[in-house]
Design a protein around this ligand. Structure first.
Ligand code: ATP
Ligand code: MG
Length: 416
C-alpha cells in the first residue's frame, strides 16, 4: 500500500488519562488504529482492521485444523430461544441489549450463541451418524457491560471467535475438548503471547468440575490469577479454595498476579441440550440430548493486550504474526525516493506486505515518517537515501533492533 492512498491518521500527542483512561486505547488511537465512538465502543480503522484480520487468520487456521466449519450467525435473536434455558430474564445475564420489532415482538442482540447454535446446527443433527460437528464464527458481540474502562479490552461491542462442538458421547466431547485446548495453546504462541499465557482453572463447566480460561499476564487486566510457576498451574480467584485442594497446591506458594482473560473453553455436557430438548437418535434407537462444548477467543481483547504489553516509548510493537504490514518503506532525497519506488514494486511482486510512505514534503517531513514507522509498530523499517545508495545499499531496521546496511536483494530475501 502507498501511504498517500491508504488512510492512516496518526497524532503527535496522546489523549489525557481523563479523556481515555486506558493505555491500549490511548496508544491505538494515537497510532490511528481505532477511534472511540462512545464509552466501550470503538471503530477499527483501516490499519486496525488489518491487525484484527491477522489475529483472526491465526485463529481461523487453528480452528480449521481441528475440523471447525466457519459460519456466521445472526445478531438479532428471538426471545423464545433464551427462555427455554432461563437465560432471557436472568440475573446471571446482566449484559443483554434488548429491542422490539415493529409488531412488539421482543428480540435480543447477540451477546453469545450457545442457544442459537444448538437450535440451528444441533437440531439438524438428528442421528448419531451426523455427529460430531464443530462450527465457529467471528462475530461482533453486544454486551451492556457495567464498566468500560479498559479500552478495547472490554468493549460493549467486541469481536469474539466462538466455536461450538456437538457430540454423541461425553467421551467424545472430552477428547475434543483436550484437542481444542492444545489448539488454543498454539494460537496464543503464534500471537506472541505464549510465554505469558496460562491455562487456568476456573468456575463452571456443567459436566466437568472446572472450565478453563486462557489468562495472559497483564497489568491492565481485570482478573487475578494465582500462579504456581514451578508446576505451571494457574487458578482463577473464584475457584482458589476448591482448585488448590483438588490439585494439591500449596496456597502459600501461589503468586497473585494481574491478568486478562483472552479466551476460555467450557464443557456443557448434555445439560444445555437437555434444557432445550435438542436430541439425536442413538445407534440403539433411543434419544439422547447432544453433548456441547463451547470455546471463545476475545479477538479485539487480544489486540488490546498486545498493545498494552508490547509497546515502548516510541509506540506499538506488534509481533510479526499480527503486524499490519511487514515493512515500512521510506525514501529520502531524489535518488532515494526513486529507489524506494522500485523497491516497492519488487516487494509487491514478492508478496511482501509493504507500506510505502510516499507522501511528499508538503504532507510529511522525513522525521515524521520515521516516527510513524515506530509508532505504527511495523516489524521492519527500510530507509533508502542518497547516502545508503552511495554504498549500493538500503538501511534495514527491525522495530526493536539496530539498523544495518544491506543490498535490496538481501532485504528482499530477509523479508520473504
Ligand atoms: P469476562 O470475564 O472478561 O467478562 P466472559 O467470561 O464474559 O469474560 P465469555 O463470554 O466467555 O467471556 O467470552 C469469551 C471471550 O471473549 C473472553 O474470554 C474474552 O477474551 C472475550 N470478552 C468477553 N467479554 C468481552 C468484552 N466485553 N470486550 C472484549 N472482549 C470480551
Ligand atoms: Mg463478561
Amino acid at each position: 500500500m502507498k501511504r498517500s492512498e491508504f488512510w492512516i491518521k496518526t497524532s503527535k500527542s496522546e489523549q489525557s488519562e481523563a479523556e481515555e483512561p486506558s493505555k491500549n486505547a490511548r496508544l491505538l488511537t494515537k497510532a490511528g488504529y481505532v477511534d472511540r465512538q462512545m464509552a466501550g465502543v470503538y471503530a477499527y480503522l483501516p490499519i486496525g482492521f488489518r491487525v484484527l484480520e491477522k489475529i483472526k487468520q491465526v485463529v481461523r487456521e487453528e480452528m480449521n485444523a481441528v475440523g471447525g466449519g466457519e459460519l456466521v450467525m445472526s445478531s438479532l435473536q428471538p426471545r423464545d430461544l433464551w427462555e427455554s434455558t432461563g437465560r432471557w430474564d436472568n440475573e446471571a445475564v446482566d449484559v443483554w441489549f434488548k429491542s422490539k420489532l415493529k409488531d412488539d415482538t421482543e428480540v435480543g442482540l447477540a451477546w453469545s450463541h450457545e442457544e442459537p447454535i444448538l437450535e440451528t446446527i444441533g437440531r439438524q443433527a438428528t442421528s448419531y451418524r451426523d455427529l460430531p460437528i464443530s462450527v465457529y464464527q467471528f462475530q461482533t458481540k453486544l454486551r451492556n457491560e457495567l464498566r468500560a474502562k479498559s479500552g478495547v479490552m472490554r468493549g460493549r461491542e467486541f469481536i469474539m471467535k466462538d466455536m461450538y462442538s456437538m457430540h454423541a458421547s461425553i467421551e467424545d466431547l472430552n477428547a475434543y475438548y483436550e484437542r481444542v485446548k492444545q489448539a488454543y495453546v498454539k494460537i496464543y504462541d503464534r500471537l506472541g503471547l505464549g510465554d505469558d499465557t496460562f491455562v487456568t482453572f476456573a468456575s463452571g463447566g456443567a459436566f466437568t468440575r472446572f472450565s478453563h480460561e486462557f489468562q495472559t499476564l497483564c497489568d491492565a487486566g481485570e482478573d487475578w490469577l494465582y500462579l504456581d510457576r514451578e508446576k505451571s498451574i494457574a487458578v482463577n480467584e473464584e475457584v482458589l479454595e476448591e482448585a488448590a485442594q483438588e490439585l494439591g497446591l500449596d496456597k502459600s506458594k501461589l503468586e497473585k498476579v494481574r491478568s486478562a482473560e483472552v479466551g476460555n473453553i467450557f464443557n456443557f455436557g448434555a445439560d444445555k441440550a437437555d434444557e432445550m430438548k435438542v436430541e439425536f437418535t442413538k445407534e440403539d434407537g433411543t434419544k439422547q440430548p447432544i453433548f456441547l462444548g463451547s470455546y471463545g477467543v476475545g479477538i479485539t481483547r487480544v489486540m488490546g493486550v498486545l498493545a498494552e504489553k508490547l509497546s515502548d516509548n516510541h509506540g506499538l510493537v506488534w509481533p510479526e504474526s499480527v503486524a499490519p504490514f511487514q515493512v515500512y518503506l521510506v525514501g529520502i532525497g531524489e535518488q532515494g525516493e526513486k529507489a524506494a519506488a522500485e523497491l516497492y514494486t519488487d516487494f509487491i511482486q514478492a508478496s511482501i506486505e509493504v507500506l510505502w510512505d510516499d507522501r511528499d514534503g508538503k504532507h510529511a517531513r522525513v522525521g515524521e515518517k520515521l516516527a510513524d514507522a515506530d509508532l505504527l509498530g511495523i516489524t521492519y523499517r527500510i530507509v533508502v537515501s542518497d547516502k545508503t545508495l552511495e554504498q549500493g545499499k538500503v538501511e534495514l531496521k527491525p522495530r526493536l533492533g539496530e539498523p544495518k546496511l544491506v543490498t535490496s536483494s538481501e532485504a528482499l530475501a530477509e523479508l520473504s
